[in-house]
Design a protein around this ligand. Structure first.
Ligand SMILES: [Zn+2]
Length: 391
């Protein structure tokens, strides 16, 4: 959803980006402030002053969204959960965690951190506006009041109890703590999110039709998003449950055709044409260390002359473009984006420093489908073949 994010640098070491839709919202907010909110709060100013104050307030709002997400991210990091990135978009922000929170307590604290930040920002802005009402001109005071109120609204909205809102995460943490079952908790909060989304959508429709207010469209969009996101969470939760306990080694292909990194591209192309049916190959160095992966497509980009002199290792795609997983890592680790994006056609599975096998998107899909049929996929893993009858 966020692959087209515009980079906004690193904050506290976390990559931050903004989807273009957030800028549309910023313009809408600035327009609302400059044409309605600020002229009412501070009448008699010039159009330019209204727009300057509106622009600054809108940017302040963007920063407060970022602080909300950063609070989630920093608490997550304190519990040892890495943060992939933060993306701001039309309906707020999203901090993408690399892992699931380790305990209900961590889940709860990570979820609560965002609304707490919004409450603090809202309270601070309103407090400052009140204290400075006599000394500051009415225009900046009007901006501060709007910023304060919108942050309080943001906090309250995010506390609504349904996934993927923060309130839904809180619900998940509480059910997880109470029942001791995370999968169950995910299902409860996702279902609550669907109900909540439907209610918001209906409220938006009523606002649009009965009150003839276009703000209803916004609410409908939000409701639709919630239903959609909650459904996705339910599906992922179910998959996780089915794949629970499976290791990457269980679903890998333990004997893939290897591309020797020290060979020339030409030599390997001849070999690949005759020896295999694959498109993508793991590349090994001369001493057997996995270097990366290479596809026939990558090789085809080279000119005929280059193919005779270039080594396979030089054109191999390497980390971080290539996902590398340990043979004992849980399969669920591959679900979050292992096969998303160019160059991620094959996961390299390692054991100690060596190559244990590879997992393709096909292998993962097969594991999911077998699990749905009630079967555990087991690869012909040479190490687990301990039950050979010695005769
Ligand atoms: Zn949040």
């Amino acid at each position: 959803m966020f692959r087209t994010a515009i980079p906004l640098g690193h904050w506290a070491g976390i990559r931050v980006g903004a989807h273009w839709s957030v800028f549309v919202v910023l313009v809408l907010i600035a327009d609302l402030l400059a044409s309605t909110v600020l002229p009412q709060a501070a009448p008699g100013e010039t159009t330019t002053s209204y727009w300057v104050a509106a622009g600054l307030t809108a940017i302040g709002f963007l920063i407060s969204l970022l602080l909300h997400e950063l609070s989630h991210a920093l608490v997550a990091r304190r519990y040892g959960v890495g943060v992939k990135r933060i993306t701001l978009w039309m309906l707020g922000g999203a901090a993408e965690l690399e892992d699931e929170p380790p305990s209900p307590r961590a889940d709860l604290r990570i979820a609560v951190a965002g609304p707490v930040a919004s409450l603090v920002i809202g309270g601070t802005a309103l407090g400052t506006a009140m204290l400075a009402a006599r000394t500051l001109p009415p225009l900046p005071v009007g901006g501060l009041v709007w910023l304060g109120v919108s942050n309080l609204v943001l906090a309250v909205f995010n506390l609504l109890p349904g996934a993927p809102l923060d309130g839904g995460r809180i619900l998940r943490a509480l059910v997880w703590q109470w029942r001791g079952d995370r999968v169950k908790a995910v299902a409860v909060s996702a279902k609550a999110g669907q109900v909540l989304g439907a209610l918001l959508g209906a409220a938006g429709l009523a606002q649009l039709i009965l009150l003839r207010q276009f703000g209803g469209l916004w609410l409908m969009l939000l409701g639709w998003f919630l239903v959609f996101a909650a459904q996705a969470e339910l599906t992922t939760g179910l998959l996780r449950e089915r794949l629970e306990g499976l290791r990457v080694g269980d679903i890998m292909n333990p004997a893939p055709v290897i591309a020797p990194g020290w060979w020339t591209v030409d030599a390997f192309a001849t070999y690949a044409a005759g020896k295999s049916r694959d498109r993508v190959y793991p590349v090994l160095s001369f001493d057997g260390v996995p270097i990366g992966i290479v596809s026939l497509g990558d090789l085809a980009h080279l000119s005929e002359k280059d193919r005779r002199v270039t080594r396979v290792a030089d054109v191999a795609r390497k980390e971080p473009t290539v996902t590398v997983a340990d043979v004992d890592a849980p399969v669920t680790e591959l679900m979050s984006g292992a096969f998303v994006g160019h160059g991620r056609d094959l996961v390299l599975v390692t054991k100690a420093a060596g190559l244990a096998g590879v997992v393709s998107a096909e292998d993962l899909a097969r594991a999911v489908e077998l699990a749905a049929l009630g079967h555990a996929p087991r690869a012909a893993n040479p190490d687990s073949a301990g039950d050979v009858i010695a005769g």
